[in-house]
Design a binder for this molecule. Structure first.
Ligand SMILES: CSC[C@@H](O)[C@@H](O)C(=O)COP(=O)(O)O
Ligand SMILES: [Zn+2]
Length: 210
């Protein structure tokens, strides 16, 4: 009896490979950075193997882990940031995909925000790209967590914050990048694209202000 459905694994892996080609092509996942995952079932996800080039992913670059981060039927090492993915699947049963990217804009913006200050996005029509955000008058809050190599500790911090703020769709890690998620990979890719547009607008606005 296999531990997970092989057809669902193949679909998840294909969505991750396609996402990598798109995100690398946009310049949002340079130099083996980033990691991606997609849900297979309630207890398993497909996730990128650590250190792989995200623009050239193939079937051997995606593996299965359970929600404790344990590899299932693979000798490979999953993403160093696997726990940042699994906490989101644990917290939100309807999440089907998680994407982590390293764009220039996410990195720069996260570095210039004062310590302890979240990014507050308000007045943009494109905020409506996120579920539950139905008007530009809403405030989209993007917390910025300090970067660390202690992933279990960061995972716990993110889990606590999003348990209290389940309607917010993503976060930044300072000097590092973006995490966002969605019900499907298509939703999740839309969220990355919307965040990138909003980050670009924020930086352009800052450049125009004296
Ligand atoms: C190439 S440095 C980026 C890594 O340190 C990390 O932040 C990252 O996004 C990719 O790590 P990975 O272990 O390949 O999933
Ligand atoms: Zn990273």
């Amino acid at each position: 009896m296999p531990l997970f459905d092989i057809t669902r694994y193949a679909q998840a892996a294909e969505s991750i490979i396609d996402a990598g080609r798109f995100l690398y092509g946009r310049g949002w996942s340079p130099a083996t950075s980033s990691n991606y995952s997609a849900r297979i079932d309630a207890g398993h996800i497909a996730i990128t193997v650590s250190g792989r080039h995200k623009g050239e992913l193939g079937a051997g670059d995606v593996m299965v882990v359970d929600l404790s981060g344990q590899a299932v039927q693979s000798q490979c090492r999953s993403s160093a940031e696997t726990r940042l993915h699994t906490v989101l699947y644990e917290l939100f049963p309807d999440v089907g995909a998680v994407l982590h990217t390293h764009s220039v804009n996410a990195t720069v913006l996260s570095r210039i925000l004062p310590p302890q200050q979240s990014l507050q996005l308000q007045g943009y029509e494109l905020q409506k790209a996120f579920p539950g955000h139905d008007t530009h008058e809403d405030t989209l809050v993007v917390p910025v967590f300090d970067n660390t190599q202690d992933i279990p500790q960061l995972a716990e911090q993110t889990k606590q914050w999003f348990r209290d703020h389940p309607d917010q769709p993503g976060y930044l890690i300072r000097g590092h990048g973006l995490y966002t998620w969605g019900r499907t990979m298509a939703d999740c890719l839309r969220h990355v694209e919307a965040f990138e547009f909003l980050f670009e607008c924020e930086l352009a606005t800052m450049r125009l202000r004296p």
